[in-house]
Design a binder for this molecule. Structure first.
Ligand SMILES: *[C@@H]1O[C@H](CO)[C@@H](O)[C@H](O)[C@H]1NC(C)=O
Ligand SMILES: *[C@@H]1O[C@H](CO)[C@@H](O)[C@H](O)[C@H]1NC(C)=O
Length: 594
């Protein structure tokens, strides 16, 4: 199977390979400075002591040896700059006005086409010049509400006023149809709450409350895990026909930032209690490995036997563990503990290193029944584009739960981070490097799903040296589903966070190369941007859809990457999983479990 897979060799538009090489030599140069010399004297003493200690102890107490090695290597680590951090970097966050404004023009190109062809419709099809709604019952402001805060941040006053007018006069949630609980919460409730925060306009808070009241019945299930769908007019939770018992782990655990912030704003604790209960159920359901399967049973609140991954249906569970701790201004230690536990498990079970270029990626664990009905877990070397949020998230986590003291410097020093913090920082930096590698395609855009080569592919000595490939891609055949790029934001989200945490201009360069690739291959001349079916085929074939997250996430994170760091600083804001910023709060409602 793998042998018939062909990926054309390509040149990346931005030559990321050079970028990575340059970064490595920068690190090398930094560690050759005077600091290193001072460190080396101490190191040689430390090493001699270590040798003596090992010699003495190994025979009598072998278990101690590992402990000594660990502590010495962590001391040694403190003398070195952290990987991905240039030691003598002068951190400077001046906006790059030209690039920032290019992103604003791209947003206008997307928005004005939508407004012209489909104003008020949930979704936009830029090639057919038309909109569509999620259900027959009519639109719920999916695109308009998702775009509000980006317009506010970009200072697009005229566009914003027209969008606000639509919300005031047309937005109506009295729709007798089933909507996805999670998507409606992160996009529409999240968009209303951030627009309210940024403007103080009570219109958005009223709408947010109306919507949340309609979503709340989703939580009325035997265990308290919300149903995957909600009928907004009937105010009834509805289960998916394919999966009447099961809910997706990421979906039920990615509502908490929104409901907590709403509870905070309205002083109504009930919003918080319903969403909080999910977290307690998940904590109680903990599997022996500490990892989260992607499905849970809404009846008993336990994990269902299902895959474990950081991609779809798993991703934002991990994201929100960290972000709930951040949102509560690091006052709720239960989230820190759950996050640290989850990160240990991810590091131990899912983080994998590619064969050839030693790229860090996350594998998936897929359960299989043997002949004897036992369960074995198979490690599948497959990473969704969605996982690319995780590089930035790991780096952010390293500076929060992985910091010895707050705040850490920009960029952080090894001595400021715990052992776990250093581990997560390094994995985060490396994961971003991997995600940039998956952009080395004909278009410079990354595919929806990348597979990594493993020894059992039996590709040694073949002419397929790449570390990763698009499964099922063949010259002359229809592209597989995995080959598409649907305007996803996850890589630029990580680049934005990495830039804010390091000030390293390399992250702006990466972001600019992705932006240029989007302009070149996804931009529709008559207006809007479209998904493409195959990142490895030029000229591209479009799919006639502009996902709402282009305007709410992809272009917002690119804008922020080139903007002044005082706009939405990471020590005052937390972004929901749809890139809607909420302020860090001092929570008035405590989390009632530990
Ligand atoms: C979508 O719903 C809105 C509001 O209910 C309606 O005005 C519009 O015509 C619908 N659009 C389409 C394409 O059906
Ligand atoms: C968060 O905690 C810090 C340190 O304790 C404090 O200075 C700051 O005011 C807090 N922020 C909020 C929003 O409560």
């Amino acid at each position: 199977m793998a042998d018939s897979t062909v990926r054309k060799r390509k040149t990346a538009p931005k030559k990321s390979e050079d970028g990575a090489g340059a970064a490595a030599s920068k690190d090398g140069a930094a560690s050759g400075g005077t600091k290193k010399t001072a460190g080396s004297v101490k190191l040689s003493t430390v090493f001699s002591l270590l040798l003596v200690a090992i010699g003495l102890v190994t025979y009598q107490q072998p278990r101690l040896v590992q402990g000594i090695i660990d502590s010495v290597s962590s001391i040694v680590g403190n003398f070195r700059p952290l990987p991905g951090v240039e030691e003598n970097l002068v951190v400077e966050f001046a906006p790059d006005v030209e690039k920032r404004d290019a992103v604003v023009r791209a947003f206008q190109h997307a928005w004005l086409a939508y407004e012209r062809d489909a104003m008020g419709d949930d979704e936009y099809h830029p090639i057919g010049h038309k909109g569509s709604n999620l259900t027959e019952a009519g639109g719920i402001g999916y695109t308009v509400v998702d775009s509000l805060d980006t317009m506010i941040l970009m200072g697009l006053e005229d566009e914003y006023q027209r969008a606000r007018e639509w919300v005031a006069s047309k937005l109506d949630f009295e729709k007798d149809a089933d909507f996805n609980t999670f998507e409606t919460t992160i996009r529409v409730l999240g968009g209303l709450l951030s627009a309210h925060h940024l403007t103080g306009d009570s219109l958005y808070l009223e709408k947010a409350q109306d919507l949340a009241d309609r979503i709340m019945p989703a939580f009325d299930t035997p265990a308290g895990l919300p149903t995957s769908m909600i009928n907004l007019a009937r105010r009834e939770g509805v289960m998916n026909d394919d999966n009447p018992e099961l809910v997706s782990t990421a979906e039920v655990s990615t509502l908490q930032l929104e409901f907590r912030y709403l509870a905070h704003l309205t002083d109504n604790e009930e919003y918080w209690q319903k969403a909080e209960k999910v977290m307690k159920i998940i904590k109680d359901a903990r599997l022996a490995t500490g990892l989260a399967s992607i499905f849970m049973s809404k009846n008993d609140g336990k994990y269902a036997l299902s895959a474990i991954r950081l991609g779809s249906r798993g991703d934002s569970y991990y994201e929100y563990l960290l972000k709930q701790y951040i949102q509560t201004n690091m006052t709720e230690s239960v989230y820190r503990d759950m996050y640290d536990d989850a990160m240990d498990s991810v590091a131990n079970h899912l983080i994998t290193t590619s064969h050839n270029a030693k790229l860090i990626y996350t594998s998936e664990l897929v359960p299989q029944r043997t002949y004897t009905s036992d369960i074995v877990w198979r490690l599948v070397p497959k990473q969704d584009h969605l996982v690319c949020f995780f590089g930035g998230s790991l780096m952010l986590g390293a500076t929060i739960t992985g910091a010895i003291q707050h705040p850490v410097s920009i960029p952080p020093k090894a001595s400021q981070l715990t052992k776990q913090g250093k581990r997560d920082w390094i994995n985060g930096v490396e994961l971003i490097r991997t995600c940039m590698k998956t952009h080395e395609t004909q278009t410079g855009l990354a595919p929806e799903i990348a597979h990594f080569r493993i020894p059992s592919d039996r590709l040694e000595g073949s002419i397929a040296p790449d570390d990763w490939y698009i499964k099922g891609a063949k010259v002359g055949a229809d592209p597989p589903y995995d080959a598409r790029y649907i305007l996803r934001p996850e890589t630029v989200e990580s680049l934005f966070i990495a830039y804010r945490l390091t000030g390293d201009p390399r992250y702006r360069e990466y972001g600019w190369s992705i932006f240029q690739a989007i302009e070149k291959h996804c931009r529709i001349e008559s207006g809007g941007y479209a998904s493409i079916l195959n990142v490895d085929d030029v000229p591209v074939t479009y799919e006639d859809k502009m996902e709402t997250f282009l305007m709410s996430e992809t272009l917002k994170y690119l804008y922020l990457l080139f903007e002044d760091d005082q706009v939405l600083p990471l020590d005052k804001y937390v972004f929901n999983t749809e890139a809607h910023p909420f302020p860090i709060i001092y929570p008035t409602f405590r989390t009632g479990f530990s």
